[in-house]
Design a protein around this ligand. Structure first.
Ligand SMILES: [Zn+2]
Length: 414
C-alpha cells in the first residue's frame, strides 16, 4: 500500500525529544521504585510522568540518593518539577525554587531547556533520534508551536540533515526582528487562555462543575491587539491558542480589528478551538482563518462535559463542522498527547467518543481524515502532493511503515 506522508501541523518536537531521553516514572509508588527507576537513567537524569507518593519529600530524597549528579523529576501535569541539590546548583540560577526543591509553571521549561543546553551533544543526538522516530511513522514534516528563535534554528538544521520539513512559531516574548532572515520561522504563537483541565480556559459563563469560576484571559484587549498588529504588519503568520468560548470571542474581535486596519492575504490560525460560541464557525470561515484542531483530544469529551455542561458541548469538539466549512489543519499537540498518526485518525473517525455520551458525532470518514492529515497539511507547508516526490510505502498484516520518500529521496527504510 502507498500513501502520501503525514504532516503534524501543531506539536512540540523539542519537548518530545527531551521526554524521549527521560525515564518514565508512571509506575513509581514509593521511594524504592523511584530510586530504582532513576538509577537506570543516563546523565542528565530526568524523570517524567511522576505523581507524588505518600511521604515524598521532594529534592531531599533525590539529594540523599544522588549527591553528585543532577536529578530532576517532572510531575505528570508538566506544571511542576523537583530538583536535587546538584541540579539546583547547576540549573537553578534565576529560577524561583521552593524549599523542597520544587519549581512550578514557566520555570519548569526554563529548567529543562537549561539542562539540555548544557548537554549540547546529548541535545543534538536526542533531537536527531526524535526526527528519525517521526520518519519511521511516516511523518515527514511539522510545525513546532512556540520556541525560541535560537532553538528553532537549531531544530531546523538537525531536521534538514535528515530530510524532515520543520517549521516553527516563536513564543510571545520575541519580536518580528528576532525572526528576521530565519526562513523556517512562520511567525508568532501566543496563548489567549489556559486549559479545561485546570479550569483556566476562559469561558463566557461559569464552569458547570465550579460555580463562580470562568477561567482566565491571559491578555487584555489592548496588549493583545498591539502584539498581533506588530506581527501582522511585519508580514508574519499569527497562531493563537484558544480553548474557551470567551477567549475565542476576544481573539476573533482582535483579528477582525487587525485585518480591517491593514487587509492583506494571510495564513493566521486559531489553535484547539475546543469550546466555541454559537456562530463562531461562520466567523472563522468569513475571515479566512485556519482552524488548527487536535483530534487526539477527542477522548477528553466525557470529562469536558462535566466542566462545561451538555448545552455548551453542542459547540465543543466540533471537528466535522469545522472541516466542512473552513481551512482545517490537523495536529497532535505531542507530547501532551501521543504523536502517532493512528491516534490522530482515530480521534477524527471514531464516532464512539461522541456517541458514548449521547452527543451528535463530529467524526469524518477515513478517506477525509487521511486526506486532511496528508495532502491538506502538505499544501499548508507548500509541499507538492505528488507520490513520486512524497510517499510512504506500507507493509500490511501487521500494518507498518516500510519506506518513506521525502523531497524525492529515501529518508527512512526498514
Ligand atoms: Zn501545543
Amino acid at each position: 500500500m502507498v500513501t502520501l506522508p503525514f504532516i503534524d501541523a501543531h506539536f512540540h518536537p523539542l519537548q518530545l525529544a527531551y521526554f524521549r531521553s527521560a525515564v518514565d516514572l508512571k509506575n513509581v509508588q514509593d521511594e524504592k521504585s523511584l530510586v530504582d527507576a532513576l538509577e537506570k537513567a543516563n546523565e542528565p537524569i530526568l524523570g517524567y510522568h511522576f505523581v507524588e507518593y505518600e511521604g515524598f519529600s521532594g529534592g531531599d530524597v533525590l539529594t540523599r540518593y544522588f549527591p553528585d549528579v543532577p536529578v530532576i523529576v517532572i510531575r505528570t501535569c508538566l506544571h511542576k518539577l523537583w530538583m536535587n541539590a546538584e541540579a539546583v546548583k547547576r540549573f537553578g540560577e534565576g529560577v524561583q525554587i521552593a524549599d523542597d526543591g520544587s519549581v512550578v509553571e514557566e520555570g519548569v521549561w526554563t529548567v529543562i531547556d537549561k539542562v539540555f543546553d548544557s548537554y549540547k551533544d546529548v541535545k543534538k543526538n536526542i533531537v536527531r533520534d526524535m526526527f528519525t522516530y517521526l520518519l519511521s511513522m511516516g511523518i515527514v514534516g511539522g510545525v513546532e508551536m512556540g520556541i525560541s528563535p535560537d532553538d528553532g534554528e537549531f531544530m531546523s538544521h538537525v531536521a534538514e540533515d535528515i530530510g524532515f520539513h520543520y517549521f516553527y512559531f516563536v513564543k510571545s516574548q520575541y519580536d518580528p526582528l528576532d525572526c528576521f532572515g530565519k526562513q523556517r520561522c512562520l511567525g508568532l504563537k501566543l496563548f489567549a487562555d489556559g486549559s479545561l483541565g485546570a479550569r483556566t480556559a476562559a469561558m463566557i459563563d461559569e464552569y458547570s462543575d465550579s460555580p463562580g469560576e470562568k477561567g482566565i484571559l491571559n491578555w487584555d484587549d489592548e496588549h493583545l491587539y498591539m502584539k498581533m498588529k506588530q506581527w501582522h504588519d511585519a508580514g508574519y503568520d499569527i497562531s493563537i491558542h484558544v480553548i474557551g468560548d470567551r477567549a475565542l470571542e476576544q481573539v476573533m474581535r482582535m483579528y477582525r480589528h487587525v485585518l480591517a486596519e491593514s487587509p492583506r492575504p494571510h495564513r493566521h490560525r486559531i489553535e484547539h478551538l475546543q469550546i466555541m460560541y454559537p456562530g463562531a464557525i461562520k466567523d472563522i470561515t468569513d475571515m479566512g482563518l485556519y482552524a488548527s484542531i487536535q483530534p487526539t483530544f477527542s477522548p477528553e469529551i466525557p470529562w469536558a462535559i462535566e466542566r462545561v455542561g451538555r448545552h455548551r458541548m453542542a459547540y465543543g469538539y466540533r471537528w466535522k463542522e469545522l472541516i466542512d466549512s473552513t481551512f482545517t489543519l490537523i495536529g497532535t499537540d505531542a507530547p501532551v498527547y501521543g504523536v502517532s498518526p493512528i491516534d490522530v485518525i482515530d480521534g477524527l473517525i471514531n464516532d464512539k467518543y461522541w456517541k458514548d455520551v449521547n452527543l451528535e458525532p463530529a467524526s469524518v470518514s477515513l478517506g477525509k481524515a487521511v486526506d486532511l492529515y496528508t495532502a491538506g497539511n502538505m499544501r499548508y507547508l507548500g509541499l507538492f502532493t505528488d507520490l513520486d516526490i512524497y510517499r510512504v510505502e506500507w507493509d500490511i498484516f501487521p500494518i507498518k511503515v516500510k519506506k518513506v520518500i521525502s523531497s524525492g529521496k529515501v529518508v527512512y527504510e526498514t
